[in-house]
Design a protein around this ligand. Structure first.
Ligand code: ADP
Ligand code: MG
Length: 393
């Protein structure tokens, strides 16, 4: 192959240094943001993610045997395993290889399997653990590379599912399917309206003529509470549905429209009432956000982000001081139209709707304020939309 751009050439030459031969292909998959629709996925609701131009590359060359060898330019470590041997335990610093090995084994367990193994070298510009889904980008880029090396094709939805299964069964994260679907189906210039009940996906164009962009601001904190609270919130929503389905035909919170909410909320004890209220109104906000995108009404998009944040903070109670501060500092900056926490909560990132002529001011104002208040420097990325998985270079 002759590589058409600088970073492909660099990855290819690193590959050659490591494996003593050129890679035959390079695949890429994007990270993602979620515009609105938080904690709605496991309630069979709506989400609105967008693939971003921070991405993971996987260079690959097939092998004759059933061994997979992988290294990451984001790590010093490498890993090698035989598809016919049982997976073995590994030290914490090699935990990242579970995503790769999980993907390989899930694909190999299908009929037909992978057949042969491959040499892989990955490199990513998606920051890890910042809520931009570096894990799905890794799984999907590697999955595409392994399938190609094996001469196999797989329906795109199945590729997304394989990524989810790798996380469930090998990494041990009970994730939904949003991240993997976005890494596969993302479309440049669009967000994806995903219905988590039917898994229907509808691309929605970003209002291009509007001079506004998106910034992700990583708080740099992840509070202990995150995973226990996540399980607790899931359980609270399930409890809410259990109570409501006694008096009505409700299979999930997704079935309740805001107009009908006053009728239902009196049946629920606190804090379940507030948890469910968040989900009901968050689904409505996704629909409104889509309508606002189509009408290029960026002011309304901004108001919806702020409403989502307030609801996550006050009703769902998954925000924290750092995230609230970052949203407030953003909103105190002229040219910022809206902001909210993004992802599971208790740390991670905020997403900000910022006029393009205010980007520098946004970075300076938020960085200064956050440093003064918490002694931490936020990591800020202006993100552009990107396509889903594909061949690259
Ligand atoms: P997120 O998906 O939000 O970034 P996760 O905790 O789900 O956070 O996944 C992050 C993990 O994915 C990292 O800790 C690492 O194990 C793995 N990972 C992602 N990208 C890479 C990469 N380029 N190289 C090695 N490991 C990676
Ligand atoms: Mg992840």
């Amino acid at each position: 192959m002759s590589w058409t751009n600088e970073s492909a050439r660099e990855l290819a030459s690193q590959f050659a240094r490591r494996y003593g031969r050129e890679p035959e292909r390079i695949f890429r998959a994007p990270g993602r943001i979620n515009l609105v629709g938080e904690h709605t996925d496991y309630n069979q609701g709506l989400v609105l993610p967008m693939g971003i131009a921070l991405e993971t590359l996987a260079a690959v060359a097939p092998r004759a045997d059933r061994t997979v060898e992988v290294a990451s330019l984001n790590r010093r470590s490498q890993w090698r395993f035989d598809l016919d041997a049982e997976p073995c335990a590994r030290p914490t610093e090699l935990r990242w290889t579970l995503y790769v090995e999980g993907m390989a084994r899930v694909l190999d367990q299908q009929t037909p399997g992978l057949g042969r193994g491959a040499d892989l070298l990955v490199h990513s510009t998606v920051p890890e653990g910042a809520g931009l889904s570096s894990s799905a980008a890794l799984e999907i880029a590697v999955g595409a590379a392994l399938l190609w090396a094996a001469g196999r094709r797989l329906p795109e939805r199945e590729l997304a599912r394989a990524g989810q299964q790798a996380e469930h069964h090998y990494v041990g994260t009970r994730c939904g399917l949003m991240d993997q679907l976005t890494a596969v189906f993302a479309r440049r210039g669009h967000a994806l309206l995903i219905d988590c009940r039917t898994l229907e996906i509808e691309p929605v164009a970003w209002p291009r003529e509007e001079p506004v962009g998106l910034a992700v601001c990583n708080s740099g904190v992840k509070h202990e509470l995150a995973s226990s609270a996540y399980n607790q919130r899931r359980a609270e929503c399930e409890r809410g549905v259990e109570i409501l389905c006694r008096s009505d035909r409700i299979a999930s919170l997704r079935d309740i429209e805001p107009n009908d909410w006053p009728r239902y909320e009196t049946l629920l004890p606190e804090p379940i009432r507030r948890r469910c209220r968040h989900v009901v109104y968050e689904n409505a906000r996704v629909r409104s956000f889509v309508a606002a995108m189509r009408a290029a009404d960026v002011e309304h998009m901004g108001r919806l982000l702020l409403a989502s944040h307030a609801s996550l903070r006050d009703d769902y109670e998954v925000s924290c001081a750092e995230l609230d501060f970052l949203v407030e500092a953003a909103m105190n900056t002229p040219g910022v139209i809206g902001a909210r926490m993004m992802g599971g909560g208790f740390g991670g990132s905020t997403i900000n709707l910022v006029r393009r002529d205010a980007q520098e001011r946004f970075v300076n104002a938020v960085t200064d304020a956050y440093r003064r208040a918490f002694g931490l420097t936020p990591e800020i990325h202006f993100v552009e939309s990107a396509d889903g998985v594909g061949e690259w270079g």
